[in-house]
Design a protein around this ligand. Structure first.
Ligand SMILES: [Zn+2]
Length: 480
C-alpha cells in the first residue's frame, strides 16, 4: 500500500469538519472570558532528563518535547504553570507499602546487584529497570499529580494537567509495566478527601490494571478502561467480566478491544459508554489518563487512532464541565506523544492550534512534515467487527443499569494533615491561592469539618466511604 491509500489528517472527519451536526466542532479561539476553563499545568523540573536505559522504549524525554511544543504554541500564556515539589515519602505511603517505598528509596544502579533478592519481590528488572535517581523521578511525577489534585480540590482550577503522570500499572507493593509509583491512585485518594465520587477513565492502549485493582472494592471510584485485550498483550487483564467486587461490584468497567480500531469506531464507542456512565455515576470529579500508545504508529501499540480522535475523547470529557485531572501515560513514539499532548493541552484550553508546529529546540524530531497532525501511515488491520463492538456497548450499558444510581458517601473526617500539605506547596501565585480556605468551593468544607453530610441511602451500614469495615478485602486495594 502507498501513503495515498489513506486519507490525510485534514481529511479526517474529526478535523475542522463542520459538515455534520454529529461530528464535534472545533472551538473557535478561546471561549468567552466567563466560560474559559481555568487550566493549571504541572511540569516537574527536569523530568525529561531521566533515562530508563538505551534499549528501553519508555523515554521521559518525551515530556521535554511536549513541554517545548506547549511553550512554542504559547499555551503557557493561557494557563497557570507550576513546577511542583516532589512527593514526600509519607505521601507515597498513602497507597504504597513501606518496604516497597523503602526499596525504591535505597536502590541505585550501583547497589542493585546486592539487592537481587528484592528484584523478584518488587518486580524490578527488565520492564522496570533500576536507573539513576529513580526515586527522585517517582517523587517528581507523583508530586505533580498530587499538586494537580489539590489544585482541583481547592477549586483554583477547572482542569489540571500533568503529562508526566498517568503511570497506571504500578501496584501497591511492586513495580509493573514501566511504572513504579502509582500517581493516579495517589491523586484519586487526594480528591476523595473532599469529594464523594471520582470517575477514572483510561484511554491508554494497556489496561489500567493498577488503578482498577486499587479501587476494586470501592463504590466511590468508578474505573473505566478502554484497551487492547488479549492473552499475550500486557498486562493480560481487563476482560468485560472484570466488574469489581463487594461494594465495588459494577464499579469497574472494561472495554476490551482488538488490534486496529479506527477513529470512528473508537469515538463512537467511547461516547456511548462514557455518556451514560457519567450521568449514572454522577462523579464529583474526573481523572483522565491519556496514554498516547493508543495512537496509530506507536512502537508498542496496535491501534489506528489519530491525534484528533484521541483528543476528541478529552474534549468530550471536558464538555461535562466537572473538575478534571488530565494525566499522561504510555506512548512510545516520542514525536507522536508530544504532538498529542500539546494538542490535548490546547483542547483543555479550548484553543485551535496551528497545524504548522512552532520552532523549538527539538524541531528535528518532527520531520519530515513538521505538522501537528501528520498523516497516519502504516495502519494495522482492524480486527474489531461491528458486531463485537455492539456487543461490548450493550454489555456495558447493561452493567450500568446495575449501578442503581450513584452511591452517597457517609460522613467522613477530612484528614488533619491536609492544610500542612498545602502550606508546604510551591509558593507561586496559583498555589498560594490554594492556601486561602475562604476561596474553597462552596460545600467543600475546611480542615476538620465533615466531608459530606449526606448519608448513604444504599444500606451500606458498616462502611466508611463506601468500603466495608470488615470482611474480605483485597490486599492490594486501598482503604477509603
Ligand atoms: Zn500503555
Amino acid at each position: 500500500m502507498t501513503l495515498t491509500d489513506y486519507p490525510t489528517f485534514s481529511e479526517s472527519p474529526f478535523f475542522f469538519d463542520r459538515r455534520s451536526a454529529s461530528i464535534p466542532q472545533q472551538e473557535d479561539g478561546i471561549v468567552g472570558p466567563h466560560s474559559a476553563p481555568r487550566v493549571a499545568y504541572y511540569h516537574p523540573k527536569n523530568v525529561g532528563n531521566y533515562h530508563y536505559g538505551e534499549r528501553h522504549p519508555m523515554r521521559p524525554h518525551r515530556m521535554e518535547l511536549t513541554n517545548q511544543l506547549v511553550l512554542g504554541y504559547k499555551l503557557h500564556e493561557k494557563m497557570t504553570m507550576h513546577a511542583p515539589r516532589k512527593a514526600t515519602e509519607q505521601e507515597l505511603l498513602e497507597f504504597h507499602d513501606s518496604d516497597y517505598v523503602d526499596f525504591l528509596k535505597r536502590v541505585t544502579p550501583k547497589n542493585a546487584q546486592n539487592l537481587t533478592k528484592d528484584w523478584t519481590k518488587f518486580n524490578v528488572g527488565d520492564d522496570c529497570p533500576i536507573f539513576y535517581d529513580l526515586f527522585s523521578f517517582c517523587q517528581q511525577y507523583a508530586g505533580a499529580s498530587l499538586a494537580a489534585a489539590r489544585k482541583l480540590s481547592s477549586d483554583s482550577a477547572d482542569i489540571a494537567i500533568n503529562w508526566s503522570g498517568g503511570l497506571h500499572h504500578a501496584k501497591k507493593g511492586e513495580a509493573s509495566g514501566f511504572c513504579y509509583v502509582n500517581d493516579i491512585v495517589l491523586g484519586i485518594l487526594e480528591l476523595l478527601r473532599y469529594q464523594p465520587r471520582v470517575l477514572y477513565i483510561d484511554i491508554d492502549i494497556h489496561h489500567g490494571d493498577g488503578v482498577q485493582e486499587a479501587f476494586y472494592l470501592s463504590n466511590r471510584v468508578l474505573t473505566v478502561s478502554f484497551h487492547k485485550y488479549s492473552a499475550d498483550f500486557f498486562p493480560g487483564t481487563g476482560n468485560l467480566s472484570e466488574i469489581g467486587s463487594d461494594l465495588g461490584k459494577y464499579f469497574s468497567l472494561n472495554v476490551p478491544l482488538q488490534d486496529g480500531i479506527d477513529d470512528e469506531s473508537y469515538i463512537s464507542l467511547f461516547k456511548s459508554v462514557m455518556e451514560p456512565t457519567i450521568t449514572t455515576f454522577r462523579p464529583s470529579s474526573i481523572v483522565l489518563q491519556c496514554g498516547a500508545d493508543s495512537l496509530g504508529c506507536d512502537r508498542l501499540g496496535t491501534f489506528n487512532l489519530s491525534i484528533a480522535a484521541h483528543g476528541e475523547c478529552v474534549r468530550f470529557i471536558k464538555s461535562f464541565n466537572l473538575p478534571l485531572l488530565v494525566l499522561g501515560g504510555g506512548g512510545y513514539r516520542q514525536s507522536s506523544v508530544a504532538r498529542c499532548w500539546a494538542y490535548e493541552t490546547g483542547v483543555c484550553l479550548g484553543l485551535n492550534l496551528d497545524n504548522d508546529l512552532p520552532e523549538t529546540n527539538y524541531t528535528e524530531f518532527f520531520g519530515p512534515d513538521y505538522h501537528l497532525h501528520p498523516p497516519l501511515t502504516g495502519r494495522i488491520q482492524n480486527l474489531n467487527t461491528r458486531q463485537s463492538l455492539e456487543r461490548i456497548r450493550m454489555t456495558i450499558r447493561e452493567k450500568l443499569r446495575y449501578l442503581g444510581g450513584a452511591p452517597s458517601v457517609q460522613m467522613q473526617e477530612i484528614p488533619s494533615d491536609l492544610m500542612g500539605f498545602l502550606a508546604s506547596e510551591e509558593k507561586d501565585e496559583g498555589e498560594l491561592m490554594e492556601e486561602q480556605p475562604d476561596i474553597r468551593r462552596e460545600g467543600r468544607l475546611r480542615n476538620g469539618d465533615l466531608l459530606e453530610k449526606e448519608v448513604n441511602g444504599g444500606g451500606n451500614g458498616e462502611s466508611v466511604g463506601g468500603l466495608p469495615l470488615g470482611g474480605m478485602r483485597r490486599k492490594t486495594s486501598v482503604r477509603i
